[in-house]
Each structure stands twice: as structure tokens, then as C-alpha cells.
Design a protein around this ligand. Sequence first.
Ligand code: 0O2
Length: 213
Amino acid sequence: ENIGAFKEVAEQFQQLMMMYSCAIREVRTKLEVLNDEFQVQRSHNPISYIKYRVKKPGSILEKLKRRGYPVTLQSVEENLHDVAGIRVICSYVQDIYMVADMLTSQNDITLLEVKDYIANPKPNGYRSLHLVVQIPVFFSDGCKLLKVEVQIRTIAMDFWASLEHQLKYKTEGDVPDSIAAELKDCSDVIANTDQRMQNIYNTLKKDRPEKEN
Ligand code: 0O2
């Protein structure tokens, strides 16, 4: 009897993960459409590339427990908003806000939450724009509203976040103060470089408005 109940929950879990993966596909398509349109109309690719993942069962369980939420499928849907995750890597800082605006102004998308870690970086130096959106996905028996977390950052911000994540993992989160300060300093240098690259782009665009790059 226990085995039967386990099998049923496992199947329901698998189905929910399939739905999240479809929600990712919907949002990815929207982003790719916007990028293609920009490429044709303005010869500019705001998006360099897109990464995505469905959160692993172990990480889902760990997060539910850590936050003190019930370990049920309903709780996953209600309490976790990063089961479906998309990371959008942009060329320039202004592209981040442009992509975010174009995505969230589409009328089938509901914006549930914004965390602007670019305007307000985390104390460790982490920068990114985080959005939680809700999107309808149509299945055989009807439409389901699903949450997707979209992290939008520049190539430079992604470079920093990826290496910082690896270092944190390597040291099990126990980074010495001097290293933490060094990482924060690298983040500030990177932010400054992002700003200078944006200025270069804007200056060139102003001089040659007919051929945007
Ligand atoms: P993974 O493997 O990327 O999924 P929430 O998830 O919103 O309930 P929180 O912490 O308030 O909880 O979310 P927040 O601040 O929006 O950040 C969550 C995600 O942002 C993380 O996911 C990371 O992907 C990224 N992130 C946030 N802070 C940092 C940071 O200091 N360094 C790096 N490298 N990434 C960061 P997970 O769940 O940690 O991991």
C-alpha cells in the first residue's frame, strides 16, 4: 500500500516538473522572439545567450525544509518560485532593463516580484535583475499558471557570479574576510567596466544612428 502511495506521489511530482519545464520553454520562446526581432530591426542582439534549468528534487526538498515549509507538491507550487529558472545573459546593462520591460509588458505574463540587485547589489557584490513571472501554459486538460524565475545579467555580472558561486562551493560558504573583500572589489571593478562599455556603445550609436551595433 505504501509503495502504491509513493508511486502516485512520484508520478505527480514528475508531472509537475514536466509542467515547469514547459513554462521555461514558453518564456524562452518569448525571449528568443524579442532577440530575433531586434537583430532584424536594429542589428543589435540584446541577449548574448540563455541558460535554464528545472530545480533538482534534492534542492527542492532542501529549500522546503530550510524555510520550514510543508513537504508537499502544493507547497512546492505555493512557496517556491525558482523551480523553473531562466538566466538571460545580456550584452549591456541597459539591455537588461529593456528585455525585462519587453517581457513583463506582454499581456499573458504577470509580474509577481522584482529584485533589483543591480541598483542595490548584495553586500557581497552580487549583481543581477531577478524577476518572478507567472505564465499560463496550455495542457490537454486545461490551462495552468506557472511561476518562472528570470535572472537577467550582463556577461560581466555572470562571469563574477559563476566564479563566486564556485568559490563559495569549494570553501563550503566559509570564505575568509580578506577574500570576501577582494571578491567585492572585483565586483565593483566589473560594474565600472560594464558602465564604460555601455558608454562606448551609446557614443558609437549616437555617431552612427543608421547602423546600430
Ligand atoms: P541555484 O542553484 O542558482 O538555484 P528565493 O530563491 O527568492 O526564495 P532568495 O535568496 O531571497 O530566495 O533569492 P534571491 O536573492 O532572488 O536569489 C536566489 C538566486 O540568485 C540563487 O539561487 C542564485 O542563483 C542567485 N544568487 C543570489 N545571491 C547570490 C550570490 O551572492 N552569489 C551568486 N553567485 N548567486 C547568487 P540558489 O537557490 O542559491 O541556487
